[in-house]
Design a protein around this ligand. Structure first.
Ligand code: ATP
Length: 527
């Protein structure tokens, strides 16, 4: 088969691109729908052999950048951050104190016709154009719907507008948000998946915490919650950490782990799921410190966090920092910034990847009030300086980060047999290298196995012996392996191997006993 025949057509739209990324993830073993063989379960995902490596790499680099080698602070001193792994299920009072039981809810809208439920702030409405006079319906969509699908539905329900198609007539720039629509008009709105107007209910609160029951008796007294975020585990251990270790304010506590939210509309692949992973750090600082104020720490962490994602390869054009407007801020926050990424399904817009919030002393004060345990910190240098620390929180999605890395890496290249390759930074790539004997005969597999056994002590590497070499290169391109080492007759004769570099496909020969060193240099520290 020729390269041209194997190569898929270049993606036409960001939506097509997303479909191809999802298909590649399944085909190559990055991410599968959970419970696949039973028809799946909405909002849950399983990470396959390569997905788990990719996720672990991101997790480990975050841990390194936070706990093992954190940055140098604004005063030139190294900052101190310690790790934590708290339980997923805690005393339910934790979630009452944090406000999640009372307030962790988004206003929801139900569709009486289809029984589907939507987050009210995710519904946008295109009103029927005035020239169609009293005609109905107004059309509702879930935000992120592709423009071509919107126009298709407009043409179907509205017909021609002044003799024009909706695309010629109607700008999609300013849809109305549902909150802007008075309830009496709801009868005229056609729900995103409905066939008849008037099926949407008014927005109602819906709690996102997953409930479970503890112990043998399933009564309401035994209700507990799967954690909705990893952060609360950190706040409730603040005193334990201060009392048991030598950390002194300012310092941070970092945690990576699962979080669960009964999201109403899990969608966009792993972007919004019901079980996901977070990487959160709570930075505790002194509100009375005049030298480095909490605001200065806030500015410091904003810069550090953006640098982190850029160092992993998210390019400048695809990443931005957005400040929350006053109307978006919760009452206790003195500021929040989101690091946003241009995912194919948000393109040309952006979607949240990480939030950096100045949370004041809200969380510790809440836990102090509810638990009656004092959260005050006494400055060891000045016992008169007692305070509840202020908190700066960089809260990132690990699984959402995996998606951003996959989207960024996906590169179409019709000139190669695979048609695409994943342009992962070597530190992120699930496999750092593949060892490929040219043939499955003679000394080739023997030498390849020897090299494989040596390299795997230090790196995640693949040994792939069968199939023609072109197909094996294609597979490695598709899974984003940065280097392939080929063992051939010349290896047997002079001990050199061919290195093929993924992005350029350039090849050179290097001595087999220098391969480990070669990889070490190429994968060198990124953060
Ligand atoms: P959103 O507005 O998208 O619901 P959020 O502002 O509620 O997110 P946070 O509570 O700040 O999110 O959580 C921190 C990070 O956790 C987010 O930036 C995101 O990367 C990740 N995250 C939150 N909810 C989900 C989810 N349902 N699926 C995957 N990742 C998520």
């Amino acid at each position: 088969m020729t390269a041209e025949k194997l190569a898929p057509a270049a993606p036409q739209t960001p939506q097509d691109r997303m479909k191809e990324i999802v298909a590649l993830c399944k085909r190559r073993g990055f991410i599968f729908g959970a419970s696949d063989i039973y028809g799946g379960i909405n909002g849950f995902w399983d990470y396959g052999p390569l997905g788990v490596e990719l996720k672990n790499n991101l997790r480990d680099l975050w841990w390194k950048s936070m706990v093992l080698t954190p940055p140098i602070g604004p005063d030139g001193e190294p900052v101190e951050i310690v790790g934590l792994d708290s339980a997923i299920i805690q005393n339910p009072k934790v979630w009452v104190a944090s406000g999640h039981v009372g307030g962790f809810s988004d206003p929801m809208v139900d569709c009486k016709e289809t029984k589907l439920r939507y987050r009210a702030d995710h519904i946008m409405v295109y009103p029927v154009p005035e020239v169609l006079e009293d005609q109905e319906p107004h059309l509702a969509f879930v935000s992120g719907t592709a423009p071509e699908d919107i126009h298709k539905r407009m043409d179907k329900y509205w017909g021609k507008i002044n003799g024009q198609t909706s695309k010629e007539y109607y700008s999609l720039e300013n849809p109305l948000s549902l909150e802007k629509i008075v309830l009496t008009e709801y009868t005229k709105i056609l729900g995103p998946d409905a066939k008849k107007p008037g099926s949407l209910t008014e927005p109602r609160a819906f709690n996102l915490l997953f409930e479970t029951k503890i112990g043998a008796v399933a009564s309401d007294d035994n209700i507990a919650y799967l954690r909705g975020e990893t952060a609360q585990g950190i706040f409730i251990n603040f005193k334990n950490v201060v009392d048991s270790s030598r950390v002194r304010v300012p310092f941070g506590i970092a945690q990576v782990g699962k979080a669960f939210r009964n999201e109403v509309n899990p969608r966009n692949f792993i972007f919004r799921s019901r079980e996901f992973e977070q990487m959160e750090m709570e930075w505790f600082c002194d509100p009375n410190d005049k030298k480095i104020t909490p605001q200065m720490w806030f500015d410091f962490w904003k810069v550090q966090r953006q640098k982190f994602w850029e160092a992993l390869g998210l390019s400048g054009d695809n990443i931005l920092m957005r400040e929350h407007g006053q109307d978006e801020l919760v009452f206790y926050s003195k500021g929040t910034f989101d690091i946003e990424y241009k995912f194919p399904f948000t393109d040309p817009g952006f979607g949240e990847l990480e939030g950096i919030a100045y949370r004041t002393d809200y969380d510790l004060t809440q836990h102090q009030e509810h638990s009656k345990v004092k959260m005050e910190y006494i400055d060891p240098m000045d016992p008169k300086n007692k305070f509840i620390p202020h908190v700066i929180e960089p809260a990132a999605g690990l699984t959402r980060g995996v998606l951003a890395l996959l989207c960024e890496a996906y590169t179409v290249d019709p000139s190669r047999p695979s048609g695409v390759y994943l342009n992962f930074h070597p530190a992120i790539a699930p496999k750092k290298a593949a060892i490929l004997p040219l043939t499955a005969k003679d000394q080739h597999p023997v030498l390849a196995t020897k090299l494989y056994l040596e390299l795997r002590e230090e790196f995640a590497v693949d040994l792939d012996i069968k199939q023609n070499i072109g197909k094996r290169y294609a597979r490695q391109d598709e899974i984003g392996t940065p280097f392939c080492f080929t063992i051939d007759d010349q290896t047997v004769a002079d001990g050199t191997v061919t290195v093929r570099e993924r992005n350029t496909m350039a090849q050179e020969r290097i001595p087999m006993d220098k391969v480990a060193e070669y990889l070490r240099t190429k994968i060198k520290r990124v953060i």
